[in-house]
Design a protein around this ligand. Structure first.
Ligand code: CA
Length: 723
């Protein structure tokens, strides 16, 4: 990687330059950087405001494609760029210009922000980095010091989907529930505030959104029995302006606002004792003209509505899009995608605002392809459903009734009868958080679709707890033990993914790009008639946005799940993506995705431009010693019990059948001393500070031994070559 001599950002302050030279972690040589530092120190006189994003600038963002100032580029969240210097005719000349190595190798889901030549990007553990967008030189980094043990509260890896910037500050939500404001000029802390009750397993992984000087942030935790909400904080002071709860609280206490009293009429029993769920863990959008903020609301907690709301009810606002007033948090309208949600069908997926001509009428719409497999086009002024069609195989509902706006469920979709019901899509979603893109040029929405199903069965042993997955669904079956080969055979052949180019007016797929795996990356479309996406097979690729023809690809050495962006510095167009295999699809799928090349992760920002010829260093092969496991003493019955317990307590991080396709340790390759200290780690928590908490409150020592037996068996499988 050559060092750039042409500084795009000479006016950075001395402080930035010094920090940069001390902390730089790019592939650049440090001595040469020190020289540049001295140079820029001399020329520094007047520093323009860093991260100078304002209401006016963000509303006009579409006309300013040099910058990528908010996570969806514009408030409409279309993730389409008018830039066309890189286009379908010349994309073959695209090459790597620079890369930045993150200091950790966990999952990367962030969309970078670029403002006036500086890139702000978050890594795993909610760390934030400011990079020179032209050279990759690190200007500063901010580590919020997330306690590693908080990882045990995260359903879906220690990821972060990006920052927001506003009037000189950079905002990040941390895994342990803080909202942090960082001074963009030097990476120092401006303020931080706790947004959660830390006695509960809330997490933040989503990118904040900013509207008129208020920063909005939600959280996750519906897999662990929490109650969802979104809050707004003053960007200057960090003071909370409002909070909107997505599900009603205790019936005997006053509801926080009148709409929650109405929502409570759609719940039964003592739902509050279970948390209820409805977390706002990712998507938001804002329409400045209507002055409405749209939030996407998550699944129920537990998943099984027969537990959380035993006498029935739609359970508002689970799995809904809710429009609220950004100044006050006041409710305006909602549309519920999945009434009485039972399958982890969140409506937190990416929402896109666009103006479409439907049946001769110009309609202001909001579009979403939530986990449940239907693509919705909704009037964003009123919340009225305009159209909905399934964008992939759906077996839980035949269609959406346009009169009532409700799904027509199919027999066998619900699992309250004790039987196993294999349903598509799975809880992983026909589409998860991976951003889509809408091109006004082609008129298509590009969806990273996941093809899979899930074996749902009621968990007869369910007890409410905030210390383990709180689904009401038998995760032992979900973990697909070997003795349930029948279920595995039903579920596995379907597991793959594709890009769908979706016509939102005709509500049909126009073309697709098929992949052998699911958990492929987010989308970027451009006026250059290009579509960019990274995938689970460790490629970053460009396609013709009109017909899906593959035009260019790059071996990224790691699976990519985050969405790309594009920007210019000094008139030159760049394409950037944060690469790094991780997230729930990488952690939990384990053996299911063993063919994915993303198994060996190196987390990096990759930046490309025309004519560049940069190379990544050779990948470091994973060198694993053949394990020398202890003698296998467990009986077949004990192994089955151990596998079931592993599926319930361990597989969400250590992978299906103890195969890690991520940076989390692959337990089949445990060292002899790890086997020796099994109970110290699993029960006592001696590796707490590395994110492996003790499970003393969750499992008994006998259960721990059963799990150990199963993991030992899996090590023997490796040794015996029948893995
Ligand atoms: Ca969920």
């Amino acid at each position: 990687m050559s060092i750039k001599t042409d500084h795009s950002f000479k006016k950075i302050s001395l402080a930035i330059a010094v920090v940069a030279s001390v902390l730089s972690m790019t592939g650049c040589g440090k001595e040469e950087q020190a020289e540049k530092t001295a140079e820029s120190a001399v020329t520094t006189v007047t520093a323009p405001m860093a991260a100078n994003v304002t209401t006016d600038r963000l509303i006009a963002a579409d006309a300013d494609p040099s910058n990528w100032m908010s996570t969806g580029r514009t408030y409409s969240e279309q993730r389409f760029s008018p830039l066309e210097a890189i286009n379908a005719d010349n994309v073959a000349e695209l090459g790597l210009d620079w890369y930045f190595d993150f200091p950790t190798n966990r999952g990367i889901e962030a969309t970078p922000i670029v403002v006036d030549g500086v890139m702000y990007v978050s890594g795993s553990w909610s760390m934030v980095f400011a990079l020179d967008a032209k050279t990759g030189e690190m200007l500063w980094q901010y580590d919020p010091q997330v306690p590693p043990e908080w990882a045990a509260n995260a359903c879906c890896d220690v990821v972060n989907r990006g920052v927001a910037v506003w009037e000189g500050k950079v905002f990040v939500g941390t895994l342990d529930g803080r909202l942090v404001a960082i001074n963009a000029k030097d990476g120092s802390l401006a303020w931080e505030t706790m947004t959660i009750d830390q006695s509960k397993p809330y997490t933040i992984t989503g990118a904040p959104r900013i509207v008129k000087g208020k920063v909005m942030i939600g959280n996750g935790g519906a897999e662990y029995g929490v109650r969802g909400y979104v809050s707004a904080y003053d960007t200057d002071s960090g003071e909370m302006a409002w909070r909107f709860y997505t599900v009603p609280g205790k019936a005997e206490e006053p509801f926080e606002n009148p709409v929650l009293a109405k929502a409570a009429e759609t719940w039964t029993g003592e739902w509050w004792a279970y948390g209820g769920g409805g977390t706002v863990w990712d998507s938001m959008a804002y329409d400045p003209e209507l002055d409405l903020l749209y939030i996407g609301v998550g699944n129920g907690s537990p998943w099984d509505p027969a537990i959380r709301s035993p006498e029935g009810g739609d359970n508002l606002f689970l799995s809904s899009i809710v429009a609220i007033k950004p100044d006050t948090g006041e409710y305006v309208w909602h549309y519920q995608t999945t009434p009485a949600e039972a399958w982890d069908y969140t409506a937190t997926q990416h929402m896109i605002l666009a103006d479409l001509n439907i049946d001769g009428n110009d309609r202001k719409v909001i579009m979403q392809a939530p986990k449940n497999g239907f693509f919705y086009v909704i009037d964003r002024e009123t919340g009225k459903l305009l159209s909905a069609e399934n964008y992939t195989t759906v077996t839980w509902a035949s269609h959406i009734d346009l009169e009532t706006g409700r799904p027509v469920e199919l027999d066998g979709a619900r699992y309250g009868d004790g039987e196993v019901h294999v349903v598509s899509p799975p809880g992983l979603g026909a589409h998860s958080w991976h951003p889509m893109s809408y091109s006004p040029d082609t008129g298509y929405v590009y969806i990273p679709v996941q093809e899979a199903s899930f074996p749902y069965q009621q968990d007869v042993d369910f007890e409410t707890s905030t210390e383990r997955w709180h689904t009401g669904v038998n995760m032992e079956i979900a973990g697909l033990p070997e003795n349930d080969k029948e279920i595995r055979d039903m579920v596995n052949p379907m597991i793959k993914g594709h890009i769908a180019a979706w016509d939102p007016i005709a509500q049909k797929e126009v073309w697709r790009v098929q992949f052998p795996n699911l958990w492929n990356g987010g989308m970027l479309s451009t006026a250059g008639n290009l579509l960019f996406q990274g995938n689970a097979d460790a490629e970053f690729a460009a396609y013709n946005a009109t017909d899906g023809a593959r035009l260019w690809s790059f071996d990224a050495q790691t699976g990519i799940v985050a969405a790309p962006i594009t920007y210019t510095v000094d008139g030159e167009q760049y394409i950037a993506v944060a690469a790094g295999w991780g997230g729930v699809g990488a952690l939990a799928t384990g053996a299911i995705l063993t063919d994915a090349k993303g198994a060996i992760n190196r987390s990096r920002v990759l930046v490309y431009k025309l004519g560049a010829e940069g190379q990544l260093p050779d990948p470091v092969p994973v060198k694993r010693e053949l394990p020398t496991p202890p003698v296998l003493e467990a009986s077949p019955e004990e192994l089955a019990a151990g596998h079931a317990l592993f599926s319930r307590h361990c597989s969400m991080c250590h992978g299906d059948r103890a195969v890690s396709a991520s940076s989390v340790p692959d337990l089949r390759y445990m060292a002899p001393q790890t086997h020796e200290h099994w109970n110290d780690i699993v029960i006592e928590g001696v590796l707490n500070k590395r994110g492996m908490v003790g499970f003393a409150s969750r499992i008994t020592p006998e259960e721990s031994s059963l799990i150990h037996g199963y993991v030992t068996k899996r090590a023997h499988d490796v040794v015996n070559g029948n893995d």
